[in-house]
Design a protein around this ligand. Sequence first.
Ligand code: ADP
Ligand code: MG
Length: 424
Amino acid sequence: MTYQALTETTVINYIKNRPALAAMFPPQAQLKAQEVGDGNINLVFVIEDPAGGQSVVIKQALPFMRILGDSWPLTRARIRFETQSLLLYNELAPGLAPQVYDHDEEMSLVVMENLNRHEIMRKPLVARRRFPLFADHISTFMARTLFFTSDLYLTGQAKKELQARYINPHMCKIQEDFVFTNPFMESEENQWNPLLKAEVQAVRANAELKLAIVDLKESYMAHAQALIHSDLHTGSIMINEHDTRVIDSEFAFYGPIGFDVGAVLENLILNCLSHYAHTPDPAERSEFQHYLLDMVRTIWHEFARKFEALWLEHNQGELVPARYWTFEGGEAAFAEFRRRYLLNILRDTAGHGGCKMLRRMMGVVTVWDISSIEDGQQRAIAERAAIKIGTRWILERQQFNTVDDLIAVVQEEMKSLEDQEEHP
Ligand code: ADP
Ligand code: MG
């Protein structure tokens, strides 16, 4: 079938005419379809047989991006990167991504499991819901998908072959521009709270900060460390109390591990700050904010622990053959190398997380946790703190040694904010 954007009507014919999909439903099923996408560049349909209860999700790429009012051309090939990576996640981290049922290259679509018992993580976090298994799940997802695609595990040949399948220049360009560059200079699509004019101008005129951000952009562009998801925010995570699934991996490519870890931690911090508006009761607010900061700590510790355990168990990658460490003192040197490797990831996590935090405050895309705060004054409280924390994560990252150093910055900025509230 030559490419056409599907509708709630044509998607049903599409399924009926595609044997692999038709076979998932009874022959006489009266299928119902609904477009549920909330994104700017893709259609997402839920198709279900109300009688039997079976359902699937079809995600189809549009040939343009709906942003800035107009549309920008955008290659539909991105659905191939999403399909490939979801399939790989199913192998490397079973149960932590939706199952993939079908892929149609010409139609630029992927057919996957309907996660109808899950919800996008941002909203329940705003409602202060707790997810006791999340830290375990997301740390497993990151440790396994990142370790097993890195030079610590794969041979050089296998890594480069895999990397070649993820040369994703158009999607990379979006992140390069909209995470690392445009938010920090004049660019027409940027938006920010007018109350933050001075803070935004200060960021754009801070030479030290801009030097650091360009280093981080270089890391994003040139450090092909592992296959990263590259858009791993809490809007790309579907969750319930028991289960966690990572979706929307269309940006996947070989990049720095800290970009993924940073995305997860940074989104939890932004949610934490959003409670200055969403949760007016100070005791209730503080309790949930603590919960989120504990979660940040646990995710990092669990990620680092699992990553290192995988490394010790599968020490076979191209970077360092096990024999390299066979000398007196070699074991300690190998332990020191692991420590430094993980420390670099922690510092990258702070740097990339910091850039992403800042861009959400002054670039083209916000986060719902904060943008949903209607009152501008209230919103500015969270936004101002995010700008301070993001700036410090970037500038101070080379002094960070543990995740508690990242969290201490958050706590200091939260404390100074609370002190101001008490003594304005
Ligand atoms: P985009 O890349 O356009 O942002 P997403 O992959 O994030 O698209 O999907 C958009 C929305 O569609 C999600 O926020 C979620 O509500 C819904 N969605 C996506 N995949 C699934 C799925 N497998 N099951 C149920 N809902 C889904
Ligand atoms: Mg997307």
